[in-house]
Design a protein around this ligand. Structure first.
Ligand code: F6P
Length: 364
């Protein structure tokens, strides 16, 4: 029986989104009379006037699995449940447009929605599912902060890019006898930071899960600089904070942007170290380079597996589920369960033991 499937990519982009879109289209084409459509910029394509919906057929997705970003656009501004509206006096307010969204999808004869996104997008998906929409979630984010899946796609590519940055900083640090601080993304989870520190052989890794003691950081630097190689590499996750302080963040002035914008902890760390140690220190903020470019093979494969699984769930009428990777299987779990917890690095995690076992200080 024919079906119309709508694909939506929401939240920050990440490598692998196009590979999922392609996989959904290719697998859906194996069913009889299935049609795949894409809503431009998450649900904006449906809610805005005029609508922006594109046909996703085999030709539209040909070869896109190697491309970063998403061919149907994405946004982290304007959730359907908190849609920004400008008041007459120029101020902004929000309205809930979820019922209207569901009505419009019914008018468009959409049988199922595939929501590809991070925790925010999956919360929206759960909300829509509870209101009667046939929806399947696919987890994506470079942060790897969604629980219930071993990995989200995009994460390993970000780790690869961050590791490459560490490798590059090592050669210049060694030439100048400098302390190099690399600030990486990850929001409230230290997965990218810790992974890149281990892969790149950094001296110090500061992550949100372990508030750092600046004196311990300086102690490690002293040993490293004065008694060993003369230079040092610190990887600091954007959400890292000192024991007695908070994160470095600012509220965004972009209309409809819900998140706190993290960033700048590398510079604060530089000041804190400078006040205690005579050393040349440089800061590199890796930023959005971690999200751009072609996905590595692991992420392409994971994304492609997720796309196939999502279509099979639609075929089986199993809605309100999120696909997930539980090594070695691709499974599905309820959206309710998926959005209930955040994937922090647990104190017992083997990656922490590995880091400590390789003389990487965690600043504690
Ligand atoms: O969630 C992915 C992420 O890249 C975070 O690591 C980072 O804090 C945030 O998005 C940046 O968001 P934006 O692209 O909106 O500045």
């Amino acid at each position: 029986m024919g079906k119309n499937v709508l694909v939506v990519t929401g939240g920050g982009d990440c490598p692998g989104l196009n590979a999922v879109i392609r996989s959904v289209v290719k697998r859906a084409a194996q069913e009889q009379d299935w049609r795949v459509l894409g809503s431009i910029n998450a649900y904006h394509g449906i809610l805005q006037e005029p609508r922006e919906i594109v046909e996703l057929d085999r030709a539209a997705v040909s070869g896109i699995h190697v491309r970063g970003g998403t061919i149907i656009g994405t946004t982290n501004k304007g959730m359907p449940s908190a849609w920004p509206i400008k008041n007459a006096d120029g101020t902004w307010t929000t309205v809930d447009r979820t019922d209207e969204l569901i009505r419009q999808l019914r008018c468009l004869d959409i049988d199922a929605v595939v929501s590809i996104g991070g925790d925010g997008s999956q919360k929206i998906a759960l909300d829509l599912y509870k209101k009667g929409l046939n929806i399947i979630g696919i987890p994506k984010t470079i942060d790897n902060d969604l629980a219930c899946t071993d990995f989200t796609f995009g994460f390993q590519t970000a780790v690869e890019i961050a590791t490459e940055a560490v490798d590059k900083l090592v050669t210049t640090a060694a030439s100048h006898n400098r302390v190099m601080i690399l600030e990486v993304m990850g929001r409230d989870a230290g997965w990218i930071g810790l992974s890149a520190a281990v892969a790149g052989g950094a001296d110090i890794a500061l992550i949100p899960e372990i508030p750092y003691d600046i004196n311990k950081v300086v102690e490690k630097l002293r040993t490293r600089i004065h008694h060993h190689k003369g230079f040092a590499i610190i990887v600091v996750a954007e959400g890292a904070k000192p024991k007695d302080g908070g994160v470095v963040a600012q509220k965004s002035d972009e209309v409809g942007y819900q998140n706190l914008r993290l960033g700048g902890v590398g510079y604060r760390l530089q000041e804190e170290i400078k006040a205690r140690l005579d050393a040349d220190i440089r800061v590199t903020v890796l930023g959005h380079l971690q999200r751009g470019g072609t996905p590595i093979a692991f992420d392409r494969i994971l994304a492609t597996q997720f796309g196939v699984k999502a279509v099979e769930l639609i075929r089986d009428g199993k809605f309100g589920q999120m696909v997930a990777y539980r090594h070695p299987d691709i499974v599905d779990i309820s959206l309710e369960q998926a959005v209930g917890t955040y994937n922090y690095i647990s104190p017992q995690h083997h990656l922490l033991t590995t880091a400590r076992g390789n003389d990487i200080s965690l600043g504690d």
